[in-house]
Design a protein around this ligand. Structure first.
Ligand SMILES: [Zn+2]
Length: 256
C-alpha cells in the first residue's frame, strides 16, 4: 500500500503527526481497493478501522494512554503481533486448563453477552492504581486490606471495565474482561465520548458486535476464583473479515 484515504476527523489528525518512512501503522479493518489514478493499492479507513501507531513500540494516539498501557499487563499491544494460533472456544478452555502459564490465542467467535447499554457505572469503573481494586472517586484511601498503597492517598484510574461472553459452535467462554485501551479500540470511542452517546447509540454499538463474528485475541489464566477455573482477558477484538473466518473455520472443522 503506498497511499491511504482518510475521511474520519480523528484519523486525519492522527495522520498529520506521522513521520514519512518512520512511523509504522498497524491497520485493522480498512477497505483495500485499486486506484487507477495512482496505479497502486489504496487503503480507505472507515469508522470500523482500528489504527495502531508503531505497534511494537506502544506509541499511542493520546498521551494519557501511554502510562495506562505500560502499567496494564493486559494492554497487549506488543503481545498481539506475536499471537498467531487460532483456536475454537473449547480448544482454548482445554489447553488453558492443561498449562499453568497464560495461554494466548485467536478465536473467531460471536460475542454473546455484552452489557454496553446498562448503566454507565457498570461500563466505566474506577480502580485503585496500585492494586486494581474497585473504588469510588470520593474514597480517601483504598479499601483493599492487602493494597501496597493503603497508607497513601488514593490514586485512581478510570476506564472501560466490561465483562463479555463469547461463543462459537464448540462452547462459550464467560466473563472475559475487556478493559481500558483495548475496550476503547474495540468500541472506537473513548470513555468521554461514550458518556455522551444516547441510549440508542449505545444499543446500536452493542449490536454491531452481537451480530457479527469477531476476531478476538485472548489471554487466558488459571483462576480458582472463577466458576470455570479460567480468567480470560481480551487483548484485541474487531469484527472479523468473512473470508478469513471461512478459511480458519474450514481448518478447525477438519481437526474435529
Ligand atoms: Zn489499592
Amino acid at each position: 500500500v503506498t497511499c491511504g484515504k482518510f475521511w474520519d476527523m480523528e484519523a486525519i489528525q492522527l495522520m498529520q503527526n506521522l513521520l514519512p518512512r518512520e512511523t509504522v501503522l498497524f491497520i485493522a479493518d480498512a477497505k483495500m481497493s485499486f486506484d487507477s489514478f495512482r496505479s497502486s493499492m489504496v487503503a480507505t479507513v472507515n469508522s470500523k478501522t482500528i489504527i495502531t501507531v508503531n505497534p511494537g513500540k506502544i506509541t499511542l494516539q493520546h498521551p494519557h494512554h501511554q502510562k495506562e498501557a505500560s502499567e496494564d499487563p493486559t494492554g497487549g499491544f506488543s503481545q498481539r503481533n506475536s499471537i498467531t494460533d487460532v483456536y475454537t472456544v473449547n480448544q482454548l478452555k482445554e489447553r488453558a486448563k492443561e498449562q499453568s502459564e497464560p495461554l494466548y490465542g485467536i478465536t473467531y467467535s460471536f460475542i454473546s453477552k455484552f452489557d454496553l447499554d446498562s448503566s454507565v457505572s457498570k461500563v466505566i469503573k474506577t480502580r485503585c492504581s496500585k492494586c486494581k481494586f474497585l473504588v469510588t472517586e470520593d474514597m480517601k484511601s483504598c479499601t483493599n486490606q492487602l493494597c501496597p498503597g493503603r497508607e497513601q492517598p488514593l490514586s485512581t484510574t478510570t476506564g472501560f471495565d466490561l465483562l463479555v461472553d463469547f461463543t462459537d459452535h464448540t462452547g462459550t467462554l464467560q466473563a472475559c474482561s475487556l478493559r481500558g485501551l483495548v475496550a476503547e479500540q474495540t468500541l472506537g470511542c473513548t470513555t468521554d465520548e461514550f458518556i455522551t452517546l444516547t441510549d440508542d447509540q449505545r444499543t446500536s454499538l452493542k449490536w454491531k458486535f452481537l451480530l457479527g463474528r469477531c476476531k478476538i485475541y485472548i489471554k487466558i489464566l488459571p483462576s480458582p476464583r472463577m466458576k470455570s477455573g479460567l480468567r480470560g482477558m481480551i487483548l484485541a477484538c474487531t469484527l472479523a473479515d468473512p473470508g478469513e473466518v471461512k478459511q480458519h473455520m474450514t481448518k478447525l472443522l477438519q481437526e474435529l
